[in-house]
Design a protein around this ligand. Structure first.
Ligand code: MF3
Ligand code: CO
Length: 291
């Protein structure tokens, strides 16, 4: 704790209450864990109830946009068409697609087909066909608050092995969610995700992970899905982060296309799947706020 706050001073969280009525006990507990050797996040990662409400409004739009995509996606549709849907469905709700212009990203959504691991750029020339699996990654800014989630879609008849990849990846996220508990290290979550993928003969991408989200697109902490148990920062109430493992059918190795600077593919050309949710750590467990 950088600044010592008096017990009767306003709480650092901005709620307007006195420190002793708000986060004093929380800070004491955090300090006890820190002294025991646990890594702890700083206050900037802890959302206040007022912020959580605002972020949830952003999440509701993110979910509605993904629902729209789910109702319309089909063979014969181009990924540019999906980009238009996402852009229009977002704008008409008074929100902004977070990917557009983010570090120079040229579109409003990421569309990652088959061996594309993530950050696939929509294109008029890319037409969905029967047997494809695709990740649609939507992120929204609403009144300055960020949300982020993604889903997989199977186009028509998909091979059994691809179907299994998509299902197991979803289970990985569900298992991750079940491991989000306050005052436990985040590595326990990432470890369980990884283990479930390995148990099914798959691998998990190491270089790209999840992230804090809410007040910015990408906040601390960085979240690994190949972590050791009892490693990483402590999950504490008010923290918000994504669970978004990228699960590969073959090797875990990836490469980034230098032609567009974004598209990430598997090195062996085998398919990859990803689902993404945003979770809020609560006093008793976790709340999934965006899926
Ligand atoms: N939505 C991605 C994530 O889950 C980030 C995409 S960055 C972009 O973190 F610029 F490609 F949109
Ligand atoms: Co994300």
């Amino acid at each position: 704790m950088a600044v010592k706050i008096g017990r009767n001073d306003p709480c650092w969280c901005g709620c307007g209450k006195k420190y002793k009525m708000c986060h004093e006990n929380f800070d004491r507990k955090l300090e006890q864990f820190r002294q025991k050797g646990y890594a702890v996040v700083d206050h900037s990662c802890i959302k206040t109830p007022a912020q959580v409400e605002k972020i949830k409004e952003s999440c509701a739009i993110n979910v509605a946009v993904l629902d729209y995509v789910g109702e319309h996606i089909a063979a014969g549709v181009s990924t540019e068409e999906i980009n238009r849907w996402v852009h229009e469905e977002t704008i008409k709700r008074g929100a902004i697609p977070a990917p557009l212009d983010f570090n120079g990203y040229p579109k409003s959504v990421c569309t990652s087909i088959n061996e594309v691991v993530c950050h696939g750029i929509p294109s008029e020339n890319e037409i969905l066909k029967e047997g494809d699996i695709i990740n649609i990654d939507v992120s929204t800014i609403y009144h300055g608050y960020f949300s982020d989630s993604s889903r997989m879609y199977c186009i028509g008849n998909v091979s059994e092995e691809k179907k299994k990849l998509v299902e197991v990846t979803k289970e990985c996220v569900e298992i991750g969610i079940s491991k989000v508990k306050p005052w436990e290290p985040i590595g326990n979550m990432g470890h369980a995700v990884h283990q479930h993928a390995l148990d099914n003969g798959f691998t998990v991408v190491r270089e790209i992970g999840g992230h804090g989200v809410g007040l910015e697109f990408h906040e601390d902490p960085w979240v690994s899905f190949v972590s050791e148990e009892n490693s990483g920062v402590l999950m504490v109430p008010g923290m918000m982060f994504t669970i978004e493992p990228m699960v590969n059918m073959g090797e875990a190795a990836i490469w980034t296309d230098e032609k567009d600077g974004w598209t990430v593919r598997t090195k062996d050309g085998k398919p990859s799947a990803q689902w993404e949710v945003t979770v809020l750590v609560t006093e008793t467990g976790c709340e999934v706020i965006c899926w």
